[in-house]
Design a protein around this ligand. Structure first.
Ligand code: COA
Length: 197
């Protein structure tokens, strides 16, 4: 029998470049500045939010206070504690044994420097190590080449193209078996490097 998802708070996942942690109230202003940004919205096939900061704070407070068991929202920090974006896994479906992953590095100074790859690898490792889910999938716009390259480096494979709400997306996935094979390969590489030294 599949286990139902649990509410997860106080997460702290440490990657090579980033730390993923549970969302806090103090994230609100940075989140708001990214959510009203037209370029960031278009990269995510959405519209910028039109709420005032005060209205947005109300939603943010509820999200922080009452986290859902079906989605896990995390902030992305650098190792020195700078909040640079957000990552979440959601639509957690125990029956289909899958969830969707989303990521947004809002601070452009951190684009194309390996942070996204690190976040996605860290989040996927956490999902496969702490749940019974067999598959993590995501959608990204067909013209978002940076995102596709980053997700591929993190172990995702493009499966097909999908059309939704007038946008064209690449549908990508990583399965537990692929992740386990990657883990085993990394361990072999590490041990052969260690024995060569
Ligand atoms: C998409 C995102 C998460 C990727 O994270 P990132 O840290 O910028 O990406 P990474 O550095 O891990 O990998 C990006 C790769 O794409 C390459 N790249 C950058 N722009 C590119 C382009 N226009 N075409 C092809 N490759 C490109 C980079 O050089 C890098 O490859 P390399 O490591 O071989 O040099 C991040 O850029 C982001 O959040 N952007 C804004 C919102 C967004 O696009 N979200 C995705 C919604 S699905």
């Amino acid at each position: 029998m599949k286990t139902e998802p649990q509410v997860r708070t106080n997460l702290r996942l440490v990657g090579d470049l980033t730390v993923l942690r549970s969302k806090v109230m103090e994230d609100a202003e940075a989140d708001y500045s990214w959510r009203i940004d037209p370029e960031l919205a278009s990269l995510d096939a959405t519209r910028p939010v039109t709420l005032s900061l005060k209205e947005y704070l109300r939603y943010h407070r509820d999200d922080v206070r009452y986290p859902s068991p079906w989605s896990v929202r995390m902030a992305i920090d650098t190792h020195d504690g700078k909040h640079i974006g957000n990552c979440m896994y959601y639509d957690i479906d125990a029956e289909k044994s899958q969830c969707e992953l989303g990521i947004m590095i809002g601070d452009r100074n951190y684009w194309s420097k390996g942070y996204g790859t690190d976040v996605v690898k860290t989040a996927v490792t956490h999902i496969f190590q702490t749940t019974e889910l067999e598959r993590v999938y995501l959608h990204t716009l067909t013209h978002n080449y940076r995102a596709q390259k980053s997700f591929t480096k993190a172990g995702f494979t493009a499966i097909c193209e999908k059309q939704r709400d007038g946008y064209k997306f690449v549908f990508m996935e990583i399965r537990r078996t692929m992740w386990e094979a990657d883990q085993a390969k990394s361990e072999i590489e590490l041990s052969s490097r260690t024995s060569a030294n």
